[in-house]
Write a protein that binds this ligand. Structure first.
Ligand SMILES: [Zn+2]
Length: 82
């Protein structure tokens, strides 16, 4: 009975846009935008429930090597940074 947006759904931004949004997010430690790895995958039902995210991005900074995670919702807003 869920009407929540899901990855790939008609009301959800595509993965490519979620990846661009993730890359446009500055590193939490060094404030650079130079990521050596960006992986965007569909959120889990638990994270979607808790945070409203639809896409979950894993970023590895190319400058300071920090790994951070982003949650991105169906509208392309960042709802979580960790
Ligand atoms: Zn960094």
């Amino acid at each position: 009975m869920s009407h929540e947006p899901v990855p790939g759904g008609p009301t959800t931004i595509p993965r490519e846009r979620a990846e661009r949004i993730a890359r446009a997010h500055a590193c939490v430690r060094c404030r650079e935008y130079s990521y050596r790895r960006v992986a965007v995958k569909p959120s889990t039902p638990a994270l979607h429930e808790a945070l409203g995210e639809v896409w979950h991005a894993l970023l590895v900074c190319g400058v300071c090597d920090t790994t951070q995670e982003l949650g991105i919702d169906a509208d392309g807003d960042v709802v979580y940074v960790g």
